[in-house]
Design a protein around this ligand. Structure first.
Ligand SMILES: *[C@@H]1O[C@H](CO)[C@@H](O)[C@H](O)[C@H]1NC(C)=O
Ligand SMILES: *[C@@H]1O[C@H](CO)[C@@H](O)[C@H](O)[C@H]1NC(C)=O
Ligand SMILES: *[C@@H]1O[C@H](CO)[C@@H](O)[C@H](O)[C@H]1NC(C)=O
Ligand SMILES: *[C@@H]1O[C@H](CO)[C@@H](O)[C@H](O)[C@H]1NC(C)=O
Ligand SMILES: *[C@@H]1O[C@H](CO)[C@@H](O)[C@H](O)[C@H]1NC(C)=O
Ligand SMILES: *[C@@H]1O[C@H](CO)[C@@H](O)[C@H](O)[C@H]1NC(C)=O
Ligand SMILES: *[C@@H]1O[C@H](CO)[C@@H](O)[C@H](O)[C@H]1NC(C)=O
Length: 824
């Protein structure tokens, strides 16, 4: 004799143990006890387990049933026996709780247990012993022995309307049937009405499970069996076998307040979708113990009374979409120990009471989208310790407390805060969510969320971060793909601080102070010293004005440097970029730099044209006189001023024509994304079968036309004029040198022109790269990142204004200081 235990691929042979003599003088041998196994959770799928006992011909095996409480048809415990002396095979389903023992002759006994892994009942416990073949008859005097001689059942279970013997012998010869009991076809066996249509065949011909749809379907409902399963209910489990079909009940008529207790207890799907149920009766679902899926969507429900689901321990899915639920009370879901999916979207839920999720220890997914939740209390979900997906899009949640995920950190895989007006996510909120792989933070507020550097720390498995606010992508863990649902702002940068880095910060201060002091000095000097010659005076006027323009540029740099102290890191972490760009300070700074750069470009052009006329047409009557120079510079200032005003105005009226960047000037170095279209997010589609759409741009166009017109148009023309003038002057110089040497008025003019070349040249070389870059970008040949943009603007443009004063000093010395000139 041997006992073997089969579990999956493993076969374990258990050796015999202990032979003893019991009180009645029989030799008996205790073999083993079999109890329903505890399986770990979450379960992979059905689990089958088998035990085998082999006995000799002259031995009897007796199985004592300690208790037997099986969830049929979902779980099955089946005994098969093949006797040693003949080849007959006996198959006995072990379902009756009143079974006390089984007595089998020598042979091979197999006990198989199959479970759908939902555990709601006590299971079973069996003791297995073997005896000498001649004693067993004396063992069970007080019990009813079934006709087969195999099973023994408690006496009180005889004629109780419940079949306990597999040969039905306990229910025969019981006299006339009760009027409301069900009489099995072709026999005198009567069974309890509750046993009819309960998903388990009680009659010899299984007729108690026939026509359940018509027999047990409430009026105004449609019911039926179907083996299909479009993800609405359970697939018949491997254990419940091919004879079991999910049974559905669809409400098709308005609700009349009748109880559903009569509905076939076998039903796994109850569909009340769209019926005006209005109110759930606390005892409404009693008796539907096999219910697996409950659809109470669009039922105009205002409340789920606590305890209404208490008997639905097999319920796996509740769909309660599109009702008017306003809050979930303590104990709403008590009893739903196997609930896995809970859809509560499109309700008016504003409050989740403490204890509302009690018993939902196996909940896997909850959808609270499109509700009115404004806060999530810490620990709200602590009872849902197996939750993997928590989605709450389109609520009114403004801030996320760091303890929101308390108790559910271990399993959580997906969290969605899509389209909530979030403005704060506490640091530490995502701590410990080591399995999280999808995080959707899409805030609808224009106010940016305050970010913290460590916010995503510990999200070791994050795969996708979906956001509206591109800043999140700058700090997302490296492995995670960051999906921006909408294209980021063309000026968006991942800079963590207002002015890029320390070098630029220091540079700004040095250049700014140097431009301020240097140019102030030049202006003061110019104002103090009276020029003797008219050419000198004219030049002095130009240089004073240029110095003033450069002084303005200095102010601009100091404004930016000061704002950097003020904004600093909050530029990124508090998302103040847009706030800064539209601030009045930025507008003033933008106006100043616009005025300064345009005035200097025009002044340089005028200055070059003056040189050009003087040198090329020495006898022309269009020479600029002191008076004319004053008027013209005045005009330049007025014009630049107006242009500056227009730029601010345009910025207000049409940001597409001119906008301020972080450095408050809108150079045409960006392109705008256009042809936006919704693209299916393949990531969520492939992994969760949920269709989400990202907005993507298929192309870009030039934007900021005003900026293009000014910086690429007017400035380019000015620089072309300057360039051509200097070429002409250059040829003239060669000619004059050949003709009259270094003497005379012409030679002096030329000297002056060459000196001015320094000033003009540096400005030219500062502007040209930006112009060329601008043209290339607008022609869509290259793109530069917004980071480079900011760098270019604060680095290249102002440099000129800071070095100009020194250039003025160089060119000044010989021509403006009379005593020096006389020394020469
Ligand atoms: C045994 O049978 C009695 C009489 O029908 C019944 O009341 C009782 O519930 C049964 N016990 C079990 C464990 O099924
Ligand atoms: C049963 O049979 C065994 C031998 O096979 C014998 O020793 C024993 O006395 C018998 N017991 C009874 C009660 O007849
Ligand atoms: C009942 O509901 C199921 C699932 O929702 C559906 O497939 C079936 O067509 C419905 N039957 C009737 C008659 O409405
Ligand atoms: C619930 O339904 C039962 C059975 O139809 C009924 O007796 C009971 O009064 C109802 N309770 C409420 C609160 O409506
Ligand atoms: C929501 O429920 C109402 C009735 O309560 C119904 O008229 C409406 O069609 C439902 N909407 C959807 C999208 O099912
Ligand atoms: C929820 O209800 C249960 C049982 O009614 C009670 O024991 C528990 O204290 C309640 N919890 C809260 C937070 O009210
Ligand atoms: C989170 O909630 C707890 C309890 O209500 C509170 O003590 C804590 O200050 C909150 N934390 C944040 C960051 O709001």
């Amino acid at each position: 004799m041997r006992l073997s235990e089969l579990w999956g691929p493993c076969v374990v042979f258990i050796a015999l143990s202990g032979v003893g003599v019991n009180g009645q003088g029989f030799t008996d041998t205790y073999i083993t006890s079999i109890v329903s196994p505890e399986f770990p959770w979450p379960y992979p799928s059905d689990i089958q387990r088998q035990w085998q006992i082999q006995t000799d011909v002259d031995q009897m095996i007796i199985i004592f049933i300690n208790y037997l409480d099986i969830e049929h048809p979902w779980d099955t415990l089946t005994l098969t026996h093949s006797a040693a002396h003949d080849t007959s095979l006996t198959r006995i389903p072990l379902v009756s709780g009143n079974l006390t023992s089984l007595c089998l002759p020598g042979g091979l006994t197999t006990i198989s247990f199959c479970t759908d892994l939902v555990q709601e009942r006590g299971g079973f416990s069996l003791d297995i012993r073997f005896y000498d073949a001649n004693v067993t008859g004396q063992l069970f005097d007080d019990a009813f022995k079934c006709a087969s001689g195999i099973e023994t059942i408690r006496n009180e279970a005889r004629c109780d309307g419940i079949v306990d013997c597999h040969d039905f012998s306990d229910e025969v010869d019981c006299g006339a049937c009760d009027p409301d009991s069900f009489q099995c076809r072709g026999s005198a066996i009567c069974i309890l009405p509750s046993r009819q249509c309960d998903g388990w065949s009680d009659c010899p011909l299984s007729d108690d499970e026939e026509q359940c749809d018509t027999l047990k379907c409430p009026e105004g409902y449609s019911c039926g069996e179907s083996s299909y399963n479009d993800r609405h209910g359970p697939v018949p489990s491997a254990c419940s076998g091919p004879q079991w079909n999910p049974f559905w009940v669809n409400g098709t008529e308005p609700w009349f307040g009748q109880s559903l207790q009569n509905v076939a207890p076998k039903a796994t799907l109850l569909n009340l979708n769209g019926l005006p149920v209005m109110e759930l009766n606390i005892s409404m679902f009693d008796g539907m113990r096999n219910l697996h899926t409950l659809d109470i969507s669009s039922c105009q429900l205002e409340r789920l009374p606590p305890g209404v689901f208490r008997k639905l321990s097999r319920l796996w899915k509740i769909v309660a979409i599109n009702n008017s639920l306003t809050y979930l009370e303590n104990g709403t879901f008590t009893g739903l120990v196997n609930l896995r999916l809970l859809y509560l979207d499109y309700n008016l839920i504003m409050r989740l009471d403490e204890g509302c999720f009690t018993d939902l220890g196996r909940l896997f997914f909850i959808d609270l989208g499109y509700n009115q939740l404004s806060e999530i209390r810490p620990g709200t979900f602590k009872d849902c310790s197996s939750m993997e997906r928590l989605v709450m899009p389109k609520n009114h949640i403004e801030s996320v407390n760091s303890s929101v995920f308390e108790g559910i950190e271990k399993h959580l895989k997906i969290v969605s805060f899509r389209d909530n007006p979030l403005h704060s996510i506490a640091p530490g909120t995502f701590d410990g969510l080591t399995r999280l792989d999808d995080l959707h933070i899409m805030s609808t507020t224009t106010k940016r969320i305050q970010l913290f550097p460590e916010i995503f720390q510990g999200l070791e498995n994050l795969l996708a971060l979906v956001v509206y606010d591109s800043r999140f992508c700058c700090i997302a863990p490296e492995r995670a793909s960051c999906v921006e649902r909408v294209p980021s702002h063309p000026l968006f940068t991942c800079r963590k601080t207002f002015l890029q880095n320390l070098i630029i910060k220091i540079f700004m201060w040095i250049l700014g102070i140097s431009a301020l002091l240097g140019n102030a000095f030049v202006i003061l000097m110019r104002l103090r010293w009276k020029e003797t010659t008219s050419a000198g005076s004219i030049q002095s006027i130009f240089i004073t004005n240029l110095a003033f323009a450069d002084f303005l540029m200095g102010t601009y740099m100091i404004i930016l440097a000061t704002m950097d102290l003020y904004i600093g890191d909050s530029y990124f972490w508090e998302g103040r970029a847009e706030e800064w760009r539209s601030s009045i300070v930025c507008q003033i700074a933008g106006f100043i730099t616009f005025l300064s750069s345009e005035a200097s470009v025009f002044l340089l052009t005028l200055l070059t044209v003056d040189r050009f006329i003087c040198i090329i047409f020495p006898f022309s009557t269009y020479h600029i006189t002191v008076a004319k120079a004053r008027i013209l510079t005045g005009c330049i200032w007025v014009f630049s001023f107006l242009l500056g005003l227009v730029s601010i105005l345009v910025n207000y009226l049409n940001p597409d024509a001119y906008s301020l960047s972080d450095v408050c000037i809108g150079l045409p170095l960006i392109r705008k994304s256009v042809d936006l279209y919704a693209e299916l997010d393949e990531n969520t589609q492939s992994r969760y079968d949920v269709a989400n759409f990202n907005t993507v741009a298929s192309s870009t166009v030039s934007t900021w036309e005003f900026s293009i017109a000014v910086f690429l148009g007017i400035n380019l023309i000015s620089f072309i004029v300057i360039f051509l003038s200097y070429i002409a002057i250059f040829f003239r110089v060669r000619y004059v040198r050949g003709q009259v040497g270094r003497k005379g008025k012409a030679a002096n003019e030329i000297k002056m022109a060459l000196k001015l070349l320094f000033i003009v040249g540096t400005d030219f070389f500062c502007w040209m790269p930006i112009i060329i870059l601008g043209i290339l970008i607008e022609a869509n040949v290259i793109t530069i990142s917004s980071n480079v943009y900011a760098w270019l603007v604060v680095f290249i443009l102002p440099i000129n204004s800071s070095i100009n004063p020194y250039l003025y000093t160089i060119i000044n010395e010989p021509t403006t200081t009379p005593h020096r000139e006389s020394k020469k």
